[in-house]
Design a protein around this ligand. Structure first.
Ligand SMILES: [Zn+2]
Length: 84
């Protein structure tokens, strides 16, 4: 008897969702999953632009000097020569 009630409940939920209804408990879990994948996306290493040649590189590779970032020593030296 109780199995029949469960089956009716499941069918009811399926119809409810089919008609566009939302079940807060389940949908919240889905939203959280989506938010987590967004976080994964933003965890990509931040990039910065070389102040000399405009190349994009990760901040790990950048040479940062006076709040400007350079992709390589060459660009850094070029920029220094231009300033002088
Ligand atoms: Zn550069």
């Amino acid at each position: 008897m109780i199995f029949r009630l469960i089956i009716f409940a499941i069918i009811g939920i399926i119809i409810y969702r089919f008609l566009g209804g939302k079940i807060p408990l389940l949908d919240r879990r889905e939203e959280k999953k989506n938010r987590d994948s967004e976080n994964d996306f933003t965890q990509v290493a931040p990039t910065s632009e070389c102040a000399e040649c405009g190349t994009y590189m990760t901040e790990d590779d950048a040479i940062i000097y006076h709040k400007k970032s350079y992709c390589s020593n060459e660009c850094f030296e070029k920029a220094q020569k231009r300033i002088r």
